[in-house]
Design a protein around this ligand. Structure first.
Ligand SMILES: Cc1ncc(COP(=O)(O)O)c(C=O)c1O
Length: 404
């Protein structure tokens, strides 16, 4: 039976058009290039496993053991007690005192961010988000009908937050401050005075602080202190996961740790209520959280050294290309170079042309909130050094032609 009604396209919600996530959206174009016979080098997604870095065996054993021992049913919605205790001990040992009943195990940092924003924003309220940003924040805020207000990170000062600009953005509708440190997409780590200034600013305006610390163990010089150490009584929620420093992004397992401030008690209750609705995160992987945080971390030493070497090569090679400049990252696996675009061109024009001509896939800066005419783009430098060298050769030749 086919009536006019059943032939009609099923409509989708308007919020979908507001939800953009450039890091994956750009893959459609890459697939077309690949179908045309060009080898695509995917420098768009920060997945260390895709570039040969291995998940530590003791984490895999912990999940395997949990599966075999029958931990395959639903778990508590906040996560199993052993995992929550391991996160609380980890935060506390780093100087951010957190109790296990204020920890939730989540489907990656991503779910923690979404649960928290869902718990604290209403239609029309505002959240301060860095520019450039990791795009999940703006995507979730758009979905919730709340507003992201971008505060500038300044490339001329090593991508530090522009505090004056930040201060100019606060309104009575502002609810929270997002801090991504170490930062994606810039690779910057903020020094203690900047961190303190951010917390003082949040305190002055009564803002919740969302501290995205998913790269906290990937500073090239070692782990970076959590924000909660600077002021354990501030309303801070820290987010992290097994995805980056524990090399298991596909497990979709992370945590959020809510500081001890009584001002956060209602947020704890709200997040727990929302978490009940999604039942629980993946239970066997929760056992890996215990193994990760209580077990051997020697893989991180080797990983950090590998990242430092790649960062050095990346900055040396990119800065040697006429028309390109790049701030040196000090953590994680991202760099945010800038190309001096010809008049009328956008960052997406450059990135798409680079993809079509060379197969090298980066993400344009406007996908992270930057003005398209500024010419920024993000490089993920996880590939082996020799492959990165070959990629930068391709970029150099392409850019010379593009700018000539
Ligand atoms: C700053 C930042 N926050 C959150 C995430 C999401 O990570 P997860 O895999 O833990 O959800 C990422 C992933 O790239 C990220 O870069």
């Amino acid at each position: 039976m086919t009536t006019a009604k059943t032939r009609a396209t099923i409509p989708t919600a308007t919020r979908v058009s507001r939800f953009t996530y450039a890091i994956r959206n750009i893959v459609a174009e890459a697939l077309r290039v690949e179908a045309g016979g060009t080898r695509v080098r995917y420098l768009n997604i920060g997945d260390p496993v895709a570039f040969g870095f291995q998940t530590p065996p003791h984490l895999i054993s912990a999940v395997e053991k949990a599966l075999r021992e029958g931990h395959n049913g639903y778990g508590p919605s906040a996560g199993i007690a052993a995992a929550r205790e391991a996160v609380a001990d980890e935060c506390t040992s780093k100087g951010f005192p957190v109790s296990a009943d204020r920890v939730l195990i989540t489907a990656g940092t991503s779910e923690g961010i979404e649960l928290t924003l869902s718990a604290v924003v209403d239609t029309g309220t505002e959240v301060l988000v860095p520019m450039p940003t990791y795009p999940l924040y703006t995507a979730v805020l758009a979905k919730l009908d709340a507003r992201a207000k971008y505060y500038r990170l300044d490339p001329s000062r090593g991508w530090m937050p522009d505090l004056e600009h930040l201060k100019s953005l606060v309104t009575p509708a502002t609810r929270a401050l997002v801090i991504i440190d170490p930062n994606n997409p810039t690779g910057a780590v903020y020094p203690p005075n900047v961190r303190r200034a951010l917390l003082e600013f949040a305190d002055e305006h009564g803002l919740l602080v969302l501290a995205d610390e998913v790269y906290g163990d990937l500073g090239f010089d070692g782990s970076v202190e959590p924000y909660g150490r600077l002021d354990p009584d501030a309303p801070i929620i820290s987010f992290s996961s097994l995805s980056k420093a524990y090399l298991a992004p596909g497990w979709r397992t992370g945590w959020m740790a809510i500081g001890r401030s009584p001002r956060l008690d209602d947020v704890v209750a709200a997040v727990r209520k929302l978490a009940d609705g999604r039942l629980c995160s993946t239970v066997p992987m929760e056992y890996a959280v215990v193994a990760a945080l209580r077990g051997d971390r020697s893989h991180q030493v080797a990983f950090r050294e590998a990242l430092r070497a790649r960062a050095t090569l990346t900055v040396d090679r990119l800065c040697a290309i006429p028309g390109i400049s790049c701030v040196a990252p000090t953590a994680a696996f991202y760099a945010m170079p800038r190309v001096q675009l010809p008049p009328g061109k956008t960052d997406a024009d450059y990135v798409h042309a680079l993809l079509r001509e060379t197969g090298v896939l980066c993400v344009y800066g406007s996908g992270f909130g930057l003005p398209a005419e500024d010419g920024f783009f993000r490089v993920v430098f996880l590939a082996p050094l020799d492959e990165l060298g070959a990629i930068y050769d391709l970029m150099a030749a392409f850019t010379r032609d593009y700018l000539s």
